[in-house]
Design a protein around this ligand. Structure first.
Ligand code: 4AD
Ligand code: MG
Length: 478
């Protein structure tokens, strides 16, 4: 019975020929005991329902409150009111679920994003979050479509793992051992041989190493799944649980890798612009409103849609790490001592440095290559200079690092030497080294942080507002 309903989006596009339809959704507003704005999440436009005066008694009309859910049958007619072409002249209204107006936290007025984060279970019911999550869906769909069209295989890498792909040591332990009294080795350490998997395990920080194994047979694969990092970073760009897309390609060098990443980013942006134009227009206006609160020099030069158009039509800047350091050292920003962190060859670029390069200097996305080996992961391919590796980070305006990737070290001797220098035990990664022992090939890959991408496309400032239920230090509500 319920599946005979039409969605509001389809209804708004229908010809007003008096035909009878049924819609279901949630009341946004109810005016003059007559006009109901109903929304079902298919679009930010509401269908106006007209409840003919005198047809319903007061007790019933009182139940039509913001947040209540309705099933309405009526006739599609041309609307006399402003703002919509069609409206529904109700013949039958049923309240599916009441919503106590006194207690409902979402009043029909503007709420702050901070407040909405506290009621994340209800924030889907706002125009902003409906739009964000529709765009997030479109981007996810476009990710699969892009790689599918290119013949990549979608690979599901494990979420529980005994390996630390990045050597970063910022992992969440997975264990069924009792916390208060774990089994101990004779030396007194926790004895993980007694644990569920017979060894210490964690939530994955990246599916890359497993992705490489598959790429050494399937040629081109990609992962798209949740990854976990226990870094204590309370910023607008860090989550403890985030989704990452990691393509891995045999027979690719760093140049091929950059080209693919650029094409990929453009493809998914274009997809969202074509399929979610209305939502992006809404988010464009929302951002413009938000930025009105900022001092002039803190506002973006381009609006959201202008920025996306710009990214579609301009190649990303490509520079080496060494060039990036020179640009920073020569900047008036540096000379006026405006950077908080030191700048010299060898540093890990801080977000203030990345943002200077992207927002002030180039004013467009930038791909930085050739980072010092010492600050990058063991698997990155050593360049001929013996100092830098074939790494690439893509930095985006307003976000900073959005992609991290590299050409991988395919030469067994170089790889094992690097692991030794970084104190990574070869026994633990013997399976990984097998790919270099048996038919090794040049290969490369990258990781795109999905939430950072959604931030970029929706213009949302805080990463907590582009994932339904954010996990951050001291917060795992819902
Ligand atoms: O640069 P990262 O750490 O690279 C890797 O994990 C590689 N294994 C990827 C690869 O080559 N296959 O992370 C990749 C991207 C970052 O550029 C960033 O966009 C995102 O993941 N990211 C985060 N996003 C949200 N919250 C965090 N805590 C993130 N850490 C990384
Ligand atoms: Mg990185």
């Amino acid at each position: 019975m319920f599946n005979t309903r039409v969605k509001v989006k389809a209804l708004l596009a229908a010809a007003p020929a008096g035909q009878e339809v049924t819609v279901m959704g949630w009341v946004r507003t109810f005016r003059n005991n007559q006009f109901i704005a109903l929304n079902d999440g298919s679009t930010n436009q509401h269908i106006q329902i007209v409840a003919p005066l005198g047809q319903y008694d007061d007790a019933f009309l009182k139940r039509i409150t913001t947040g209540a859910s309705l099933k309405v049958t009526g006739n599609v007619v041309a609307s006399l009111g402003k703002g919509q072409a069609v409206e529904l002249k109700a013949t039958h209204i049923e309240v599916l679920g009441d919503s106590d107006a006194e207690k409902y936290p979402l009043q029909p007025k503007k709420h702050s994003l901070e407040f909405l984060r506290e009621i994340a279970h209800l924030r889907f019911r706002t125009n902003t979050f409906s739009a964000v999550f529709r765009v997030r869906h479109a981007l996810a769909f476009a990710v699969h479509q892009f790689f599918h069209e290119k013949g990549f295989i979608y690979l599901n890498t494990p979420i529980i793992t005994a390996s630390d792909a990045e050597g970063a040591g910022e992992m969440f332990r997975v264990s069924t051992l009792p916390f208060d009294n774990p089994p101990r080795t004779p030396e007194g350490a926790v004895d993980f041989r007694e644990d569920f998997f017979g060894k210490a395990t964690n939530l994955t920080v990246s599916g890359q190493l497993e992705g490489e194994l598959a790429a050494m047979a399937l040629s081109e694969i990609y992962t798209f799944g949740p990854t976990f990092r226990a870094e204590n970073s309370n910023t607008t760009r860090h989550l403890a649980e985030f989704w990452m897309i990691e393509p891995e390609m045999a027979f690719y060098d760093i140049e091929d890798n950059m080209n693919l990443a650029e094409e990929f980013i453009r493809y998914i942006i274009r997809y969202a612009m074509e399929h979610n134009a209305e939502d992006l227009q809404f988010l464009d206006q929302r951002l413009a409103e938000e930025e009105k609160q900022l001092p002039q020099d803190k506002r973006s030069e381009l609006g959201l849609l202008q920025k996306l158009e710009f990214v579609l039509s301009n190649a990303f800047e490509r520079i080496t790490y060494t060039e990036a350091i020179s640009i920073l050292l020569e900047s008036s920003h540096y000379k006026k001592k405006k950077f908080k962190y030191p700048v010299e060859w060898g540093i890990d670029l801080q977000s203030e440095h990345e943002r200077y390069l992207v927002e002030k200097h180039f004013k467009k996305p930038v791909i930085v290559t050739g980072y010092p080996a010492a600050i990058k992961a063991f698997y990155m391919r050593m360049n001929d200079d013996g100092k830098t590796v074939a790494a690439m980070d893509i930095l985006a305006p307003g976000i900073g690092e959005i992609v991290g990737g590299s050409q991988r070290e395919e030469r067994l001797d170089r790889l094992t030497a690097r692991m030794e220098a970084m104190h990574i035990p070869a026994e633990e990664l013997d399976w990984y080294l097998d790919t270099r022992r048996f038919g090794t090939v040049p290969h490369a890959g990258f990781g795109l942080g999905f939430e950072r991408m959604v931030q970029f496309v929706t213009g949302m400032t805080n990463i907590r507002d582009v994932i339904p239920f954010p996990r951050t230090p001291k917060n795992a509500s819902f």
